[in-house]
Design a protein. Structure first.
Length: 610
């Protein structure tokens, strides 16, 4: 068959494959060219006993038909050993079908701790152990397909199966998160709730029903979901007897019970009950924790607090993230200590190995100066403040610094207090991402403007809300000249550069916590955009301002590629009129990490003399 879904070269692990559904999956994958690990502990359906017979029989069957298979007899609770069999025999693992399971059906009152625990251990913990052992191998290959086996008993509940229902719906929750975490690496995870005749269902279904619920009516769905051509991810499917259907959540229109300034009571909940359970008037189909979960609640809170807003709930669907444009916050008494100024200087590469270091790193230096881009650190806290408020909901693992603009109106002075006024000035929809532009003005104690910063934040995956693509308020980066640079500065960052820079105020775990950066799709924590920004600012200051901070008027750049701590930043600069155009490359890879940058030099004598 020309268009057959083939699995040649793929390694498939099916747990509980000694009979029933698992056996059928194993046979079908092998028929389609896969190398199959047939895992079965050979126990009874209650989790007792152990034998190699069941798995061996299936392996024989596959091999006799010309297929490739190997047996594994470990419990799924020993997930590493199960996966090791795939690695030892076939050198990798591409697909995991979590199918193994047992039953300990009892009425709830008679369910013992042991009944509860063993069912959870085999279904939920077993799937966790096996999938975790396979995960890093799939990530490396940037391919993986995982199936979780849930059950109608979990989705709807079933008498006598409290332990089993809880574990089975747990697998769906587990799959939902794996679907999110795996997507970047082309690892897709789906959940099936099969109805089929098997050792487990034989105990609860009559023979005539079992006979028409053949495993071969379930396997085709599993085969399709596991094929590289399938883009389905995070789905939940009922399948049985030849019928396949996808399930989703539906949420009732609900009711805003609370009113601004009034205590919320149980009686109000009672009085709103018909709306709370009304699926007819204004239902929706939530899929995403940020936009449909916490984000929606935040938008409703906004409506409660601002009842005059024309986009009032219950029509939050009409309200995109643009609704937050204009959100403001002000922070008073932000101190710029001399110590912080020196720490900032060190964190953007000032070093005692440089001639000019005393000016920025020694408080007793007669021309002690604060590097002008340090205003980004003082202004930074308004950004999360504003982006958290109102209708904006953000998946922080997907957030990257996109661009930065800094304009200086007066040189920064240490041991001074400033106030910062932030405003969300624009939100853009770039399809694959959303962009939030925050402006932060910094004032001194006389309320005179000292600096203006424009932070552009790119949130991957948050686009597609139907917003505008371009901004009229954003400062635009400018192309660099097409000629040899007038100056080049190359500096190697330290392996601890991000660990150091974060002490200047951006504590985003993306830059230090490997678990967090992995969730963002990075192999290691990446360097702060604003740290590279500081390196580039220093390069221009040094080459074109003679390290005189008063000559530095404004700077703009786009962060176009992530930088890893330890990499070299090579800044190429071109002087054109009052502008120094620049771009920064990663020395080790040649990739441009800061693109279309420029610094405007100050020709204003008034500022230079301040
Ligand atoms: C609430 C707390 C707030 C805290 C904020 C800051 C916290 C910090 O701790 C975070 C950081 O420092 S992260 C480190 C620094 N930043 C980076 O490393 C990002 C590097 N850039 C990228 O990876 C890609 O540009 C990427 C991934 C951003 C985009 O690349 P692609 O997805 O390939 O996009 P592409 O197809 O090239 O373009 C799509 C549209 O988006 C515009 N665009 C691209 N890069 C942009 C960027 N960096 N900034 C702004 N816009 C950008 C493109 O122009 C395009 O738009 P259009 O089609 O309309 O022209």
């Amino acid at each position: 068959m020309a268009d057959q879904l083939r699995f040649d070269g793929k390694v498939v692990l099916v747990t509980g494959a000694g009979g029933g559904l698992g056996r059928e999956y194993a046979l079908e994958f092998a028929r389609r060219g896969a190398s199959v690990v047939v895992n079965d502990l050979g126990g009874d359906i209650k989790g007792g006993g152990k034998s190699s017979v069941a798995a061996d029989k299936v392996v024989d069957e596959i091999r006799k038909a010309g297929g490739k298979a190997v047996a594994n007899y470990d419990s799924v609770e020993d997930g590493e050993k199960v996966v090791q069999t795939a690695l030892d025999h076939y050198g990798g693992i591409d697909i995991v079908v979590n199918n193994a399971g047992i039953l300990r059906d009892r009425s709830f009152l008679r369910t013992s701790d042991a009944d509860w625990d063993i069912v959870h251990r085999v279904h939920l913990r077993g799937a966790f152990k096996v999938t975790r052992a396979a995960w890093s191998h799939m990530r490396e290959k940037k391919f993986g397909r995982v199936i979780m086996t849930s059950s109608d008993a979990g989705i709807f509940g079933n008498r006598g199966q409290a332990n089993y229902s809880a574990a089975k719906l747990g697998l769906y929750g587990f799959s939902n998160t794996l679907a999110i975490e795996g997507a970047k690496n082309n690892i897709y995870c789906n959940t099936i709730a099969p109805t089929a005749g098997s050792r487990l269902t034989k105990t609860v279904m009559p023979d005539e029903v079992i006979n028409v619920l053949k495993p071969e009516y379930v396997a085709p769905l599993v085969i399709y979901l596991c094929h590289e051509s399938s883009q389905e991810n995070g789905g939940l499917f009922e399948v049985g007897g030849g019928y396949v259907t996808k399930l989703r959540w539906q949420r009732a229109g609900g009711a805003v019970v609370r009113k601004k300034g009034v205590q919320m009571t149980a009686e109000q909940v009672r009085d709103c009950w018909n709306d709370i359970v009304d699926f007819e008037t204004n239902p929706d189909y939530p899929v995403n924790i940020s936009t449909d979960g916490a984000g929606r609640i935040l938008s409703i809170i906004d409506q409660i607090e601002n009842p005059e807003d024309p986009n009032a709930y219950p029509n939050p669907g009409g309200k995109g993230p643009e609704a937050a444009i204009g959100s403001k916050m002000r922070i008073e008494n932000v101190e710029l200590s001399t110590r912080d100024a020196m720490l900032y200087a060190l964190s953007i590469g000032v070093s005692t190995t440089q001639e000019n270091h005393l000016k920025f790193a020694y408080e007793n230096s007669e021309d002690f100066s604060v590097i002008p881009t340090m205003s980004v650190c003082l202004a930074f806290p308004v950004m999360p403040g504003i982006m958290k408020s109102d209708a904006v909901s953000i998946d922080y693992t997907q957030l990257l610094h996109g661009e930065q603009y800094t304009e200086c109106f007066k040189p920064l002075k240490s041991d001074e207090k400033y106030s910062i006024e932030g405003e969300l000035v624009d939100v853009l929809d770039k399809g694959k991402g959303a962009i939030f532009i925050t402006e932060a003005k910094m004032f001194d104690k006389n309320e005179e403007l000292v600096s203006l910063n424009q932070f552009t934040t790119f949130v991957r995956g948050a686009g597609g809300f139907g917003g505008k693509r371009d901004s009229t308020v954003a400062k635009q980066p400018l192309p660099t000249p097409d000629r040899q640079p007038d100056a080049v500065v190359s500096e190697k960052t330290s392996l601890d550069q991000a660990a150091l820079y974060r002490l200047s105020g951006d504590y985003n775990p993306l830059h230090i916590d490997p678990n967090f950066s992995a969730m963002g799709g990075f192999e290691k924590p990446i360097l702060h955009g604003l740290c590279s920004y500081g390196f580039a600012a220093r390069a221009v200051l040094n080459k074109f301002c003679n390290d005189d901070v008063a000559k530095f008027k404004a700077m703009k750049v786009r962060f176009s590629k992530p930088v890893l701590p330890g990499q070299t930043l090579q800044t190429e600069m071109w002087l054109e009129g009052d502008k120094v155009h620049f771009c920064t490359k990663i020395g080790e890879t040649g990739q441009v990490c800061l693109s279309n940058g420029y610094v405007i030099l100050n020709k204003d004598d008034r500022l230079a003399k301040l």
